[in-house]
Design a protein around this ligand. Sequence first.
Ligand SMILES: *Cc1c(COP(=O)(O)O)cnc(C)c1O
Length: 421
Amino acid sequence: MVTRADLEERDRNDPLAPLREAFDLPPDVVYLDGNSLGPLPRRVAERVGEVVERQWGRDLIRSWNVHGWIDLARRVGDRIAPLIGADRGEVVAADSTSVDLYKLAAAALEASAPQRRVVVSEHRNFPTDLYMIQGLSRTAAALSGSGSGRPVELRTIGSRDALPEALGDDVALVMLTHVDYRSGELWDLEETTRRIHDAGALALWDLAHSAGAVPVDLDAAGADLAVGCGYKFLNGGPGAPAFLYVARRWQERLRSPLQGWMGHAAPFAFEPEYRPAAGIGRFQCGTPPILSLAALDAALELFDGLDPAALRTKSQALGDLFLELVDSECAGFGLEVACPRDGQRRGSQVSLRHPEGYAIVQALIARGVIGDFRQPDVLRFGLAPLYLRHVDVWDAVQHLREVLRTRAWDRPEHRTRAAVT
Ligand SMILES: *Cc1c(COP(=O)(O)O)cnc(C)c1O
């Protein structure tokens, strides 16, 4: 059986171990929620300070040119590109994941044949993804006035096996989340994209729980569209801009439904008619949030030159270790494993189930082990390979065992639901 000393040894031999120092992590915390909000990279605090005080404070509006604020969203996109198998000029940081989904789904529907009006997704997908398509459908129906033309329809599948039969010749777009937020289960991105294309539809991938921890190769898979989060494994800070990807072959054929001036071919020509910019820039809308973009840009520097495969190897090892320790230390307390045991099929998280999941997570947080809870009974632990040590996994599982053994969760304060779980 593995011991804590074995894991100290693993940490000493971990090529990614020095990166932990780049984060300002509280010393008494085991942080297993980097899949919800990445921790603060030290250089982000410095960079934001400089952008606020020197760029905004001293150089004022000149900074749009002098400090390149006007191109920052595209430069950040180019920094994200290697993490998701994209080329330069295929990614831009903009808006939120929800808004980016809307823009890309609407663009894909507009470019599809009129008889293809269905967007296929999973019933268990992260709800905002479904809400955005429901809203798009409602708006499309309302604006079509006479009701002429087919309405946009969301078709959800209840299990992954149901995908083939959902792919009729009325489907324009399939919108899937690469790593399931609740179970951590992965889709085979390449094989699924091929199946979607065989059915004549486009593939829109949500990489919210992939980018920064689970490498994907969008270009190699022939993916069409993708979105993802800046504040999860990319550590861009609360409310960091999201990113969107449009494969080069689609860029001149797709148009954003949100035609803001920052997506115009010549924003400072102040022309009364909209003309989309060439390339990925047309998917921007309004003025970008420079402070947040600067924070994300600085956070992304940590990934420069890193081999995404090394991140994956460590993240799988941490997940395997977590499950091995849960099996050996926490048997008999009613926990169930709710994520794939096979590391190849699992994203960068471990999910467990327990009827008292919420209270158990609260009791862990009270001990400094921060994970989170997802309805109805899932305890979720994000495993970020940049800063977690193998001993952190050991310590987390020891705390989990103690919370279960002593029933430390069984207190009123641990059952009171906060607004954010
Ligand atoms: C976290 C997450 C989002 C978040 O969307 P925002 O608009 O950035 O709040 C969207 N989709 C998935 C799958 C997520 O996990």
